[in-house]
Design a binder for this molecule. Sequence first.
Ligand code: NAD
Ligand code: USQ
Length: 383
Amino acid sequence: MKVLVIGGDGYCGWATALHLANKGYQVGILDSLARRHWDAKLQVETLTPIAPIQRRLARWYQLTEKSIDLFLGDITNYDFLKKALHQFEPEAIVHFGEQRSAPYSMIDREHAVFTQVNNVVGTLNVLYAIKEDFPDCHLVKLGTMGEYGTPNIDIEEGYITIEHNGRQDTLPYPKQPGSYYHLSKVHDSHNIHFACKIWGLRATDLNQGVVYGVKTEETALDELLINRLDYDGVFGTALNRFCIQAAIAHPLTVYGKGGQTRGFLDIRDTVRCVELAIANPANPREFRVFNQFTEQFSIGDLALMVKKAGVAMGWDVEINHLDNPRVELEEHYFKAKNTKLIDLGLEPHYLSDSLLDSLLNFATLYKDRVDHKQILPKVKWNR
Ligand code: NAD
Ligand code: USQ
C-alpha cells in the first residue's frame, strides 16, 4: 500500500515514515522543511543533531534497501500538492504537516494568523486534492487531545450522546481548546468532518496526547537516522523538557500549581497507532475519531517521577513552580476515553522507570548542545 506522510521530516512524521517503510508500506515523505526554518528564526535547535532529509533518506536506503520518495514543498501551495499526489498516487495520506506549537501560535497576531492559515488552508487543500483525484484515499489526520480542553465531565472519543428536552442525538464532543494552535486543530476537524459528509471522503482524526521519548526501532538503527528532540520553551513539550532539564541540572519548569492533567504516549506508540489506523481504514463517508494516548498524568506528578529517576542516578533534581505563562486550569477533572486504538490491537508502552532512565541517559549524551537561555518560557498568553 502507498502511504504519503505529510510532515515526514518532523518528530512524529520521521519516526512514522520509517516505521511504515519497515513494515512493508511504500512510503513517500512530503515536507516543506518549514520547521527547520522556524527553529533557525527562533535561534533554537533540537537537542539531537538531525541530518538533512536527503542524507537521512540515503542512509535509510543504504541500511534497508527500502526507498522512500521525497516531495519538498508546501501543502498551502495547491499546484505543488496536486503534482506530488499525481506523481505518488497515495492510497492513504498521513497528515502531520502543521505548525504544532501552542506557544508559537501565541507569540503575537502574526504567529497566530500564520499558524491558522498554514494548518487550516493546508488541510483544506489536502481535502480538495483527495476529493478531486483520489476519492478513495484514506486521510489519517493528526488532531490533538487539546481540542477538548478540560471539561468537568468524561471526554469521549470524538462524539457524545446527549439527551435534551426529551430528544437524543450523538453529536461532536464540545471543543474548548487552549491556544490558537489548538483552535486550528478544531477548525481542521470541522472541515474534515464536513468533507466526509458532503463528498463521501473517508478520514480518521487521531486526537493525540503529548508525545515523549525519542528512539523507535528504526530511528535507533544509525546516528544519521536520529530523531529531533525539542527542549526549548516554544517547541519543547513537558516530559521531554523535564528529562533534558534534569540532565543539565536545571530546575524542572512546572507552570503554576502543576495539576494540569493531559494524555501522554511514547513515540513508539505514535507510530504503531498510525499503522493501525491505516491498516483498518475508515469507511467512505465516515469521520472517525480516536483518542491517541496511553496514560494520563498531571504535570506535577511527571516532574516528581523525573526527579525520582534523576535522584536514583545520583543527580540533584530541583522542581520549580514558575508563574504560569499560559491561561489554563491548574487543577481540574480529567478523564478521557482511549479504547478504540486498544480495540484495534495497540499494546501500549507505559511510562516506566526504564524509559525515564533511557531518556535521561540519552539527554546526557547531547547535553553540551543545550542552550540554557532557551529553557525558560518567554511567550505569555495574556500579555
Ligand atoms: P514537527 O514540527 O516536528 O513536524 C511537523 C512537520 O510538518 C515539520 O517537518 C514541518 O516542516 C512540516 N510542515 C509544517 N507545515 C507544513 C506545510 N504547510 N507543508 C508541508 N510541510 C509542513 O511536529 P510533530 O511534533 O512531529 O507533530 C506532528 C503532528 O502531530 C502535528 O500536526 C501536531 O499537531 C501533532 N501532534 C504532536 C504532538 C507532540 O507531542 N509532538 C502531540 C499531539 C499531536
Ligand atoms: N508545561 C509545564 N512546563 C513546561 C512545559 C509545559 O508545566 O515546561 C505544561 C503546560 O502549561 C501544559 C502542559 O504542560 O499545561 C502541556 O504542555 P506541552 O507544552 O507539553 O504541550 P502542549 O502545549 O499541549 O502541546 C503539545 C504539542 C502539540 C499537541 C499537544 C497535545 O506541542 O502539538 O497537540 O501537546 S495535548 O496537550 O494533548 O493537546
